[in-house]
Design a protein around this ligand. Structure first.
Ligand code: C5P
Length: 225
């Protein structure tokens, strides 16, 4: 049986994570935040003081990454061993280091099987950078979200402020553009839309508007979902 998969790729702050989680709940499908896998690996490496350029060591860690995703009706929480690292993996330090580590072909290869294993019945919604191009090239429906860098930085700034973390808009914008560039220009699985992806610019759109757009697009496919 072919498991239906919906992929949402795009740069950080484009809305893919928020919409991916909403969609998975709406369809009562599984959800994979692939960025979290790379982030957890980075956090584990930082904690263990592993050199972020030691590809062999990191790739071996990737094969046995003790990560768990735990979903309830409202939250998607991420565990490394028994520790809830949902917030810890979102720090600027982890974000920056993750995009360096994620450029390694060996590490990416070693995370492939784990990602594909999450395509379970009744279906999977997943977001990342290469979900539609590399991990699930035969996905049922592929979205690629974009948004202006200034709006994405603004979203991140508000998110940090709302959670009581001091934030600097200019620093966020610079860091976000540097990360985009690294993700777009790496040799393996760069951030680019799949040829058959539905590209949506979410700049100026509310979460509800994006969600309705996505639902309208996948509904005609309902017979195969
Ligand atoms: O999506 P998120 O911002 O959590 O991803 C963090 C980093 O992980 C990205 O900047 C990117 O370098 C890497 N990543 C990736 N491939 C994915 C998902 C994330 O390379 N499928």
């Amino acid at each position: 049986m072919t498991i239906p998969v919906i992929t949402i790729d795009g740069p950080s702050g484009s809305g893919k994570g928020t919409i991916g989680q909403m969609l998975a709940r709406h369809l009562t499908w599984h959800y994979l935040d692939s960025g979290a896998l790379y982030r957890v690996l980075t956090l584990q490496a930082l904690k263990a003081h592993v050199d972020l350029h030691d590809e062999q060591h990191l790739a071996a860690m990737a094969l046995h990454l003790p990560v768990r995703f735990v979903d309830d009706t409202t939250h998607h929480r991420i565990f490394l061993h028994h520790n809830d690292v949902t917030e810890a993996i979102r720090s600027e330090e982890v974000s920056r280091a993750t995009s360096i580590l994620a450029a390694s072909p060996l590490i990416r290869t070693n995370l492939l099987a784990r990602q594909r294993a999450l395509a379970l019945a009744p279906g999977l919604v997943t977001d990342g950078r290469d979900m539609g191009t590399v991990v699930f090239p035969h996905a049922t429906y592929k979205f690629f979200f974009i948004a202006s860098a200034s709006e994405r930085a603004e979203r991140r700034y508000k998110q940090l402020q709302d959670s009581g973390v001091a934030a600097n808009y200019d620093a966020i914008l610079i860091e976000l553009e540097a990360r985009d560039l690294r993700d777009q220009t790496r040799a393996v699985a760069p951030l680019i839309p799949a040829f058959d992806a539905d590209i949506l610019d979410t700049s100026g759109m509310s979460i509800d508007a994006v969600f309705h757009y996505v639902l309208a697009k996948i509904n005609p496919k309902a017979t195969i979902l």
